[in-house]
Design a protein around this ligand. Structure first.
Ligand code: HEC
Length: 108
């Protein structure tokens, strides 16, 4: 009887000494600082559009007051630009820039 108690006691002792698997609290992940997205700046004028504007301003106001891109619709501009390219003697490459400028500034 006595030995049983001893056994039980030692068992309890053993149990209490058994290495407890300590559940480590998972270290809270350091929350990544939110990636600061640079606020979208208004689309800068593309290089083509800027060059086109220079050409337009310099070449298209010689014979008549400078028209504004917003004075005509895209459909109107296509034939006009073809006509005026010949009048202004603008190369095909430069005309692409003028076209880009005009079409970037059409009235919506
Ligand atoms: C050599 C002179 C000359 C130059 C340079 C010239 N134009 Fe003209 N433009 C005219 C004449 C003349 C007219 C009227 C006859 C016509 O529409 O073809 C005209 C008319 C226009 C019109 C009115 C068309 C309509 O149907 O109402 C627009 C818009 C125009 N030009 C844009 C331009 C642009 C853009 C350029 C540059 C790429 C340009 N012009 C360069 C002579 C010129």
């Amino acid at each position: 009887m006595r030995s049983r108690i001893l056994l039980a006691a030692s068992a309890a002792l053993l149990f209490s000494c058994s290495p407890k698997t300590v559940v480590q609290p998972t270290t809270p992940k350091t929350t990544e600082p939110p990636v600061t997205t640079v606020a979208e700046a208004p689309a800068p004028m593309s290089e083509n559009v800027m060059k086109g504007k220079d050409l337009y301003d310099g070449r298209c106001g010689k014979c008549h007051p400078l028209f504004k891109p917003s004075d005509h619709t895209a459909e109107q501009w296509e034939p006009i630009l073809k006509r005026m390219q010949k009048k202004a003697h603008i190369s095909d490459e430069d005309m692409v820039l003028v076209h880009d400028y005009v079409f970037a500034n059409l009235s919506q």
